[in-house]
Design a binder for this molecule. Structure first.
Ligand code: AMP
Length: 120
């Protein structure tokens, strides 16, 4: 799947759509999910044009991948989630239920989240 420059997170990165920023550096943006599923629900995205975890881990340099996931952990700690715990989710493709085709990791926490996957 090729990268769609008009996906909503690409528009956020270009400043065309507002976001509630939690963290930003030269490679990563994190912002609050518009429809939170938990008391804390933050999305972390690389600034590069990656569709999903699939092409990100295949095509991005290992240093960029490592730095991205280190940043995910740093953001979770900065949100105070490391004590009680939290969940990270990277939905990938149709079976994964991915809606926005720009790679993102959900960080959810602030309550007991229950089972990993609800029965369909
Ligand atoms: P996924 O199903 O993994 O692709 O998740 C996409 C997420 O993006 C959902 O949790 C949406 O609520 C969230 N979302 C969609 N549009 C926006 C937006 N403009 N700002 C923040 N979050 C958004």
């Amino acid at each position: 799947m090729s990268y769609d420059e008009n996906n909503i997170f690409a528009k956020i990165l270009r400043g065309e759509i507002p976001n509630d920023t939690v963290y930003e550096d030269d490679a990563v943006l994190a912002f609050n999910d518009i429809a939170p599923q938990a008391p804390v629900h933050v999305l972390v995205i690389p600034k590069g044009p990656y569709v999903s975890l699939d092409d990100f881990t295949r095509d991005a340099p290992a240093e960029e991948v490592g730095r991205f996931f280190k940043t995910v952990g740093e953001i979770a700690r900065s949100l105070g989630l490391d004590g009680g715990g939290f969940r990270t989710i990277a939905n990938t493709g149709a079976d994964g239920g991915q809606e926005v085709p720009h790679f993102h990791v959900h960080i959810c926490g602030g309550r007991r989240l229950g089972r990993m996957i609800a029965k369909a």
